[in-house]
Design a protein around this ligand. Structure first.
Ligand SMILES: [Zn+2]
Length: 170
């Protein structure tokens, strides 16, 4: 069986700034809180905001605080320069993952021949598939896109170390 060497596309090699990092912080849900001495009338509790706190003086709500739930209302506060202070908070989510490798890269799309149907196929079209026949589990990461044969070719992928040598960066 012919063994194909699949080379790394040298122009795709990128050094990862965050190599080794195992946690990424991503902004999560947005909370917009507001504070106003007197609240404009189009703040409607449970419609476009939640009013959580206030002081009542002579039947008038003052020092009102709460959360805005409508993007339209947020925009109105910004556009019309209302006497409402708004502040935006993003919940931060920490996502754990395997350490980020030092480099990221792609392999060159390479023409190979399927062992089963003997037609030319491109490595980027090769599929990986799992198949369970009721008893055993089969897995292949070289499934022919034309005939569906498992293990349709023998690929050997270049290592990043070799690619860096080839690029003269190491
Ligand atoms: Zn095939």
């Amino acid at each position: 069986m012919e063994k194909y060497k699949i080379l790394i596309d040298l122009s795709s090699i990128k050094k990862n700034e965050n190599a080794g990092q195992t946690t990424t912080v991503i902004p999560g849900r947005k909370t917009v809180s507001f504070e106003a001495y007197q609240l404009p009338e189009y703040f409607k509790h449970e419609e476009n905001c939640y009013i959580n706190e206030w002081t009542e003086i002579d039947g008038i709500k003052t020092n009102v605080k709460g959360i805005i739930t409508s993007d339209e209302l947020i925009q109105k506060c910004i556009d019309e320069k209302l006497n409402v202070n708004i502040s935006v908070d993003f919940e931060r989510q920490h996502v754990n993952h395997f350490p980020i490798p030092e480099y990221s890269y792609d392999y060159e799309n390479t023409k190979v021949i399927c062992n089963s149907c003997e037609k030319e196929i491109m490595t980027k079209d090769i599929q990986s598939e799992e198949y369970f026949d009721g008893e055993d589990d089969y897995y292949s990461d070289t499934v022919c896109p034309l005939c569906g044969a498992f293990d349709c070719c023998d690929l050997s992928h270049e290592s990043i170390e070799d690619a860096l040598k080839r690029a003269g960066k190491n």
